[in-house]
Design a protein around this ligand. Structure first.
Ligand SMILES: [Zn+2]
Length: 185
């Protein structure tokens, strides 16, 4: 999701959280995943946005710092876990960078962050999309909710008590069972 309004409390809290990022626990570097995604699919975006895990906000978002003009990608701490697959990070990185390439626009008088051309492009560059979303819902269903209005995924406060539970691996997940789940980050 995109956070565009600096007046939002969330925007300010994320900016603050950026200065105290969570120590990475993943088996890969989130920043490297973002750099790879930029290099492969968004060479026109430079520099690569900064990214970090934060224990606040939605599952993932991108927002620009009005003072520096730099973009920042924030990923929720619930995904900062040794069992988080690289495919989930790859999907998130590409999705958030795509927001910089395909801006929000109005459809039938209503602004949307994810116009049809956004999904068309995401489907092309994210072959891991279905399995990554199935993994997210299989493992995190009890701590996340769809935020239709903001077009993102809210992380509930319950995440703290469930963060250290082991996650189910990609190979054990029935992808078809999650085909109707929301896929907006
Ligand atoms: Zn989005």
């Amino acid at each position: 999701m995109i956070i565009r309004d600096p007046a939002l409390r969330e925007w300010k809290r994320l900016a603050k959280a950026r200065n105290q990022p969570c120590l990475p626990q993943t088996s890969f570097s989130l920043q490297e995943e973002l750099e790879n995604a930029r290099f492969q699919h968004f060479p026109e975006i430079a520099p690569t946005p900064h990214c970090c895990f934060v224990d606040y906000g939605h599952l993932a978002c991108i927002c620009s710092d009005r003072e520096t003009g730099l973009d920042n990608v924030y990923v929720h701490q619930i995904l900062n876990h040794p069992d988080t697959p690289r495919e989930v990070a790859a999907l998130i990185c590409k999705h958030e960078l795509l927001h910089l390439e395909i801006p929000p626009r109005e459809i039938d008088g209503k602004s949307t962050d994810h116009p049809p051309e956004f999904w068309d492009r995401e489907n092309i560059i994210c072959p891991e999309k279905r399995i990554a979303w199935a993994w997210i819902w299989e493992n995190l269903w009890s701590c996340i909710r769809v935020d239709k209005k903001r077009e993102g995924i809210t992380v509930l406060n319950e995440w703290k008590s469930r963060w250290d539970l082991p996650r189910i691996g990609l190979s054990e997940i029935d992808v078809a069972a999650y085909s109707d789940r929301s896929t907006a980050l």
